[in-house]
Design a protein around this ligand. Structure first.
Ligand code: NAD
Ligand code: TYD
Length: 401
């Protein structure tokens, strides 16, 4: 069955939305990642056995892809408990097929990480030995309009989760708390240079400040209470199931609907882009092999100006639909800049590559094209996340620019 864009909707997921040749090449690269992963896992150093994992924020973009990755790619044999508050960004339907296929291992708990009693109960009930904390308010523009939720979920929420873990695990040594963070904690770069794990924190937005605070709390619990922790700081992700408020899915949606493509300021700001599956392979590797108390940067080594991304999306969209590139490019509209807009991010990820043998599997052009195809093929998912709340947000953020 095909949708109006001529894309086959009969298959699900990133790979399902690809044409056969693309699918073959991605399956090959995934196989290569597994070989790399197993090689790294066999080279000595830390080797954890993770049994029952609590994934927070697992109904969001990266968390849902992470759960899918563990079941479908890794073949994780233990239990995965997805704790999510289901904010506007959380959609449990993203994992409907996983629930059906892995019902015995996959459990969903609708809860706030800031609820100490619920967290302690869930940790005990599922005998959790590993926590991976994706839950957060994640959108910079929303943090500018309303920072309070960011302080509450990202700082108080992480603190409460750490307290629940400390109360439940006590002095146990067979546990791990992995905290998922962002490169934005390091601030903004000029024309040159990159963020290292040793770069001093210099957050500029309420979002990045709240993530920085949570990183510090996690490290403080390691030093003070001997909690086993790892932290990852990753650059901008893209891929399927990303809420269409972020640059790439927002532009894809607007291209599809012939709406203006709002580029903030001059569009010359630089972000480093990484496919979500490559982020998740890195997180999983760190959880298994990362040294206790260490931070690892994760990046795409793929720096692009925003305006370049928008032009590239126009060109890819024209290739896929057969419409003219100009009909898309004329939608590009420069709008008022984001206040305090960070100019450039760039990640040095030599540490995870050297110490743990991590490599990326998804080339940017193939990843971008498969992401476009995924959004075109998954109308139902897109339509359901674009609730009244989403429409209000579009009006608030873009209406007065
Ligand atoms: P997202 O907004 O798509 O998903 C966040 C999820 O967390 C949602 O399902 C939401 O309902 C849930 N959540 C929010 N507050 C909660 C709370 N108090 N209790 C329980 N659940 C709660 O975000 P994402 O893009 O998937 O990001 C996930 C994590 O990765 C975040 O910590 C973010 O800071 C980090 N990160 C994201 C990127 C990126 O490019 N998206 C890059 C680096 C790091
Ligand atoms: P975004 O996806 O919000 O991620 P982040 O702010 O965490 O990097 O934005 C990526 C870049 O794209 C950022 O420089 C802001 C810019 N941008 C636009 O130019 N227009 C838009 O409509 C959006 C959402 C972002």
């Amino acid at each position: 069955m095909k949708n109006p864009q001529g894309v086959d909707t009969g298959r699900r997921g990133l790979i399902g939305a690809m044409i056969p040749a693309e699918r073959k090449s991605v399956v090959k690269t995934i196989a290569r990642v597994h070989v790399t992963y197993h090689q790294a896992a066999c080279t000595g150093g830390v080797m954890r056995t993770l049994k029952n994992i609590l994934v927070t924020g697992g109904a969001g973009f990266i968390g849902s892809n992470f759960i899918r990755y563990l079941f479908e790619r890794v073949g994780f044999p233990g239990a995965i408990v997805n704790v999510d508050k289901l904010t506007y960004a959380g959609n449990p339907e993203s994992l409907d097929d996983i629930r059906q296929s892995y019902g015995g291992q996959y459990h969903f708990e609708h809860a706030d990480i800031g609820d100490f009693e619920r967290m302690r109960d869930i940790l005990a009930r599922y005998d959790i030995d590993t926590v991976v904390n994706f839950a957060a308010e994640s959108h910079v523009d929303r943090s500018i309009f309303g920072p309070k939720d960011f302080v509450q979920s990202n700082i108080v929420g992480t603190f409460t989760l750490l307290e629940a873990v400390r109360a439940h695990w006590g002095k146990r040594r067979d546990t791990l708390f992995h905290h998922v963070s962002t490169d934005e904690v390091y601030g903004s770069l000029g024309e040159t240079g990159a963020f290292y794990e040793t770069t001093p924190y210099d957050p500029r937005s309420p979002y990045s400040a709240s993530k920085a605070a949570s990183d510090h709390l996690v490290m403080a619990y390691h030093h003070t209470y001997e909690l086993a922790v790892t932290i990852s700081n990753c650059s901008n992700n893209y891929g399927p199931y990303q809420f269409p408020e972020k640059l790439i899915p927002l532009m894809i949606m607007n291209l599809r609907e012939g709406k203006p493509l709002p580029v903030y300021g001059d569009g010359r700001q630089v972000r480093d882009w990484l496919h979500v599956d490559d982020h998740n392979s890195a997180v999983w590797l760190i959880m298994n092999r990362g040294a206790n108390g260490e931070t690892y940067n994760i990046g795409g080594e793929n720096e692009r100006e925003n305006i370049w991304i928008v032009h590239t999306l126009c060109e890819a969209m024209a290739r896929i639909t057969g419409n003219s590139v100009d009909s898309y490019k004329r939608l590009i509209t420069h709008v008022a800049d984001r206040p305090g807009h960070d100019r450039r991010y760039a990640i040095n990820c030599d540490k995870i590559k050297g110490a743990l043998g991590w490599t990326r599997a998804v080339a940017f052009d193939a990843g971008l094209e498969s992401t476009i195809r995924w959004y075109l093929a998954n109308d139902a998912w897109v339509n359901r996340v674009r609730s009244g709340e989403y429409r209000n947000w579009i009006e608030r953020n873009y209406g007065k620019r």
